[in-house]
Write a protein that binds this ligand. Structure first.
Ligand SMILES: [Cu+2]
Length: 165
């Protein structure tokens, strides 16, 4: 038979060990309902914040992807050579509503190109290059003329523009 003192010591040790393990598991003191609610609310709050952050990150990435994948379409560039006394090409076909850039190059003296009905007038210096961006707003055939006097055949310097749907 175990002496009472020794038995008491053994019980104490066992109790202490149990308390210790419960303590480690975090079960020693069950949370009171209010504390439990508070902790639950905190967890919910944390989860919501995580969701919000993740959503923002995804949105940002989405915007980046969209911007990267679909850069703004650049208007079509059309080179036109001007020389005494013609334009090359002498005819162009454009689509209504589609923006274009006319790049006018002079290989000799100063010239210009004007489409009065379309509100386009671009001038180019001797041997230089200049450009104008415009969007044809109406369909039809338009005849452009050189808008800078360049010599005897200046009046016959024309470019025909066909604007189609
Ligand atoms: Cu001219």
């Amino acid at each position: 038979m175990t002496p009472p003192r020794a038995e008491l010591a053994r019980i104490r040790t066992a109790w202490a060990a149990q308390q210790l393990s419960l303590n480690r598991l975090g079960k020693l003191r069950p949370l009171r309902p209010r504390a439990r609610r508070k902790r639950r609310a905190q967890r919910r709050d944390m989860r919501n914040r995580l969701f919000a952050t993740a959503a923002l990150v995804l949105l940002f990435c989405g915007i980046c992807v969209v911007h990267g994948a679909a850069p703004e379409a650049q208007p079509r560039r059309i080179e036109i050579t001007a020389k005494r006394f013609s334009f090359d090409p002498g005819e162009l076909t454009l689509k209504r509503g589609e923006p274009v850039v006319l790049v006018l190059k002079s290989v000799d003296v100063a010239h210009g190109l004007r489409f009065r009905e379309l509100g386009v007038d671009v001038k180019v210096g001797k041997g230089a290059e200049s450009e104008v961006e415009f969007t044809p707003g109406k369909t039809g055939d338009f005849v452009g003329h050189c808008s800078v006097f360049c010599g005897g055949g200046h009046g016959s310097m024309k470019l025909t523009l066909h604007v189609v749907e």
